[in-house]
Design a protein. Structure first.
Lengths: 298, 372, 218
């Protein structure tokens, strides 16, 4: 499997309180990679390191086959980026911003840009400083898409947008991806949003990558089990026990990862009884994953 | 009390005055006017004595305690630090190079450096012992400022020994001039270009006879007629009209300015008292440049030959320079015309230097880091 | 690419540039306004020079003010956006800085040209007394060099990080503090005047700001 983004042993430190350590991350080419994490987890910092906007202390970043930051200009020419905060020059009009951006991107698709302006209902003559948050979000997405990138890096692209605008933006994104087979790296803390569109997921917390796996594994692999007469020590389990919680009587609730149905035999082997297996949705799984990462309770 | 130092004595006297006031409170009741007057007189006398003692103590405090001698130049100062040492050495080098052997006369005229912050009225007017000259400098003055002050004072001491003809011709200006924004030759150039007189213009164009007139070298007993033509005389009168002496001669000024009577103009200008000097075609500072050229040509003893007082100023300068008068004046004129002040134009070197700085700074700007 | 950079910079600093053009054009004309010379008396020549000299300080002041503002505006929008947009553009950082620098320098050509035209007109309207000369081109040339030196200086400072600016400011503050302490302790130390001499005497960068800024001079 080739990777659009490969990060190895990345170390970055900002001040005394925040640090990214030993980060290793792989974004398969052509995938839609959801980058999850709570606020302050280091998602934006990782993205900036990925695009050469920040200098790592050590480690290696390769994007679209180019070393960052050495080959950043070549990589950025093939990468569309929507940052977390609006970053465009506020004193320009929409039209001026488009012309400015187009001048730097040789692959700029002017026709499609014009179409997107119509779809997004953006006023060409309006100053950027006068755009609403939704309009600004749409313009940022337009600029990233119309340069026909091989990789789209979207940092919380729908954060703060109303549902209608969010749908418009995501529709345009999915349409482009389906046409171009581009790789999308999308960070968000809105778990449900990523659940529907991503096929890979990476979870980050406190500057470290907690998990990185295909979405289907993530979604199906995390379960809540109700176990009667559980063993004091779980021993050698065929699944990963994320947490255990004492329930009523001798029943415990286990959160496990990597669960498959035949694994229920394990409980018979240790004298316990599996009462119930509950599917967790992505958000619940995400929350449990983070909880376990922060305070392991086994 | 005889061995008491001045500051202590003044303190005691002030204390006595204060105690006097406390011991005899100003209660007028029961006292006659005579008693009161006597007490007031007593207090006033005590106060006067206290003030005088304070002034004496301050004077003692400001008194220079140290001295330095470089060549024949002796400088007294409260403390001889590096700055004073360097300035004295530099001043002596300058004076020696200009005045040569005549600079040895400085041994009789030591200079005293006094800090501007420390001197008071009493100190300022008190004569210094042994013919010392006082130079008041700022406590933060740099070497070059003190050097110039020493050179200036030293030069005036040396030139004071010259005969009156030379002193009058130089107008009391020292030969060693401070290099300010404009060099003396550049200033002379400006005068040559800007002076409104025919004599100066003709000199500028190369007529040496007019150069002599402009420099005041010509043997003329009537500068009013020699220095200026009729129109220029009218201009001078018009320029001096605000002086009472001129204004009072209403009839003559009317005839001079309105009826254009040259005789009236001449009469007014000839009647000027010494307090209203006739404008010089070229100022004293320009004359100094001629003397400096003669000294430069003549070598170490040149100033002594100028100051010796034999013959006219022109002859003395020629003798000092060791060349003919025409040659000296022509060379001086060439010198001055070759030294115009720095105008807004810039040399190629300055232009390229600026371009170099722009390039260097731009390159620094291009190194703007992407790491923020 | 350059056209777009030039356009943005023009949009951000056009008011200042237009004011600079106006001031540059008007300055030489105003400076000679009361300097009418009438022969035969040469009295006015001296007055004229004195008057022109009093205007002289405005040329380097205008150059510095223009340079500071144009250099600052060149980076202001990027500073506001914390350079994220500029850094995400697909070109090396030095190339981007070069485009910004060149755009600012080109905008500054307008006030220089305006000053030259104003100076040429001013000297054409004036009877120059004998011995004096008009220097419209030299005046514009010196103004241009001073403007570019100041612009390059402030551009370089502005292109740096806040930390760089802090270091520069800190160095200046330390210099002044040392000078003041030395003065208070009665120690002869002339750091500032030494520094000024190094900067303002050839080949120092500020040499171009010194001298007589007069359209008419000897």
């Amino acid at each position: 499997m080739s990777h659009a983004v490969e990060i190895r042993d990345l170390h970055y430190r900002a001040g005394k309180s925040f640090e990214i350590r030993e980060l290793a991350l792989n974004v398969p080419t052509g995938s839609m990679y959801g980058f999850l994490g709570p606020n302050g987890a280091g998602k934006t910092t990782t993205i900036r390191l990925m695009l050469g906007l920040l200098r790592p202390r050590s480690g290696r970043v390769v994007v679209l086959g180019g070393e960052i930051p050495r080959e950043a200009p070549r990589v950025l020419a093939r990468t569309g980026y929507v940052p977390e905060q609006p970053h465009l020059y506020q004193s320009l009009t929409v039209d001026e911003a488009l012309r400015f951006h187009a001048a730097f991107h040789p692959s700029w698709d002017r026709k499609w840009a014009d179409e997107l302006i119509g779809e997004f209902q953006l006023d060409r003559t309006r100053l950027l400083s006068r755009l609403s948050k939704g309009e600004m979000g749409k313009l940022e997405m337009l600029l990233a898409l119309a340069q026909r990138p091989e990789l789209l890096v979207l940092d919380e692209p729908t954060d703060g947008l109303d549902p209608v605008v969010r749908r418009d933006v995501l529709t345009a994104l999915l349409e482009y991806v389906s046409q171009q087979n581009a790789t999308v790296f999308i960070s968000s803390h809105l778990v449900h949003e990523l659940e529907r569109i991503c096929d890979w997921v990476g979870v980050m917390d406190r500057g470290r990558l907690v998990a990185e796996l295909p979405m289907h594994s993530f979604k199906s692999g995390i379960k809540r089990l109700r176990v009667a007469n559980p063993p004091a020590l779980p021993g050698d389990t065929p699944f990963v026990v994320l947490s255990r919680e004492q329930g009523a009587g001798s029943v415990e609730t286990w959160i496990v990862r990597g669960w498959q149905a035949p694994m229920s035999q394990y409980f018979e082997g240790v004298g316990a009884k599996l009462r119930d297996v509950v599917d967790l949705d992505l958000e619940e799984g995400f929350v449990e994953l983070l909880r376990t990462f922060r305070t392991p309770r086994i | 009390m005889s061995d008491m130092t001045a500051p202590r004595r003044s303190g005691v006297l002030v204390l006595a005055a204060v105690l006097g006031c406390v011991a005899f409170p100003p209660v007028a009741q029961g006292q006659d006017a005579g008693q009161l007057r006597r007490r007031i007189a007593l207090l006033e006398a005590t106060h006067r004595e206290a003030m005088a003692a304070a002034a004496r103590s301050e004077s003692l405090r400001a008194e220079p305690h140290d001295s330095i001698r470089v060549g024949r130049l002796t400088v007294f100062a409260r403390a001889i630090d590096d700055v004073v040492q360097q300035a004295t050495a530099a001043a002596w080098r300058t004076l020696d190079s200009i005045y040569g052997d005549a600079a040895s006369g400085l041994a009789e005229y030591p200079l005293t450096l006094t800090s501007q912050e420390r001197i008071n009225q009493v100190e300022f007017f008190r004569p210094l012992p042994g013919g010392q000259q006082r130079i008041i400098v700022d406590s933060t003055a740099e070497v070059r400022d003190i050097t110039w002050q020493l050179v200036n004072a030293g030069a005036l001491s040396i030139q004071a020994q010259a005969d009156s003809a030379l002193k009058n011709w130089l107008g009391g200006a020292p030969l060693a001039e401070q290099t300010g924004l404009l060099s003396p030759r550049a200033r002379a150039y400006e005068e040559m270009v800007l002076a409104p007189w025919r004599s100066v213009r003709s000199c500028y164009l190369g007529d040496l006879t007019w150069c002599r007139v402009a420099l005041g070298l010509a043997q003329d007993s009537d500068p009013v007629r020699h220095w200026f033509d009729a129109a220029e005389r009218r201009d001078v009168v018009s320029d001096l009209i605000n002086y009472d002496h001129v204004r009072r001669q209403r009839l003559a000024t009317d005839r001079c300015l309105t009826l254009r009577s040259d005789e009236a103009c001449v009469a007014i200008l000839r009647s000027l008292p010494s307090t209203i000097p006739l404008p010089l075609p070229l100022p004293y500072a320009t004359r100094l440049t001629l003397v400096r050229r003669a000294i430069d040509l003549g070598g170490r003893d040149a100033y002594s030959r100028v100051a010796r007082g034999e013959g006219s100023i022109e002859e003395r300068l020629a003798s000092a320079a060791g060349v003919g008068a025409d040659s000296l004046i022509a060379g001086w004129r060439r010198d001055i015309l070759a030294a115009p002040p720095k105008t807004v134009t810039f040399t190629a070197a300055a232009g390229w230097s600026a371009v170099g700085w722009v390039t260097l700074l731009a390159l620094l700007g291009l190194r703007s880091t992407r790491w923020r | 690419m350059f056209r777009q950079i030039l356009y943005t910079q023009w949009k951000w600093s056009r008011l200042v540039v237009l004011l600079g053009v106006l001031a540059g054009f008007a300055l030489p004309l105003l400076s000679v306004q009361h300097s009418a010379y009438t022969d035969p008396s040469n009295w006015e020549a001296r007055e004229m020079l004195g008057q022109l000299q009093s205007w002289g300080v405005l040329y380097p002041a205008l150059a510095t003010a223009l340079a500071v503002i144009v250099a600052m505006t060149a980076w202001a929008a990027d500073h506001r956006g914390r350079h994220v947009y500029a850094l995400s553009l697909p070109l090396p950082r030095w190339h981007y800085a070069l485009l910004r620098f060149s755009a600012g320098a080109i905008l500054l050509v307008a006030p220089i040209l305006a000053l030259w035209i104003g100076a040429v007109l001013a000297s054409a309207t004036l009877t120059v007394p004998p011995g004096l000369h008009a220097y419209p081109t030299a005046l514009a040339g010196r103004f241009g060099l001073a403007l570019l030196v100041a612009y390059a200086t402030f551009f370089a400072i502005s292109a740096g990080t806040a930390r760089t600016a802090g270091y520069i400011l800190g160095a200046v503050v330390v210099l002044i503090a040392v000078q003041l302490l030395a003065q208070a302790a009665d120690v002869h130390l002339s750091l500032l005047s030494w520094l000024w001499d190094r900067l303002s005497i050839w080949p120092g960068p500020l040499e171009v700001f010194t001298g007589r800024w007069m359209i008419i001079d000897v």
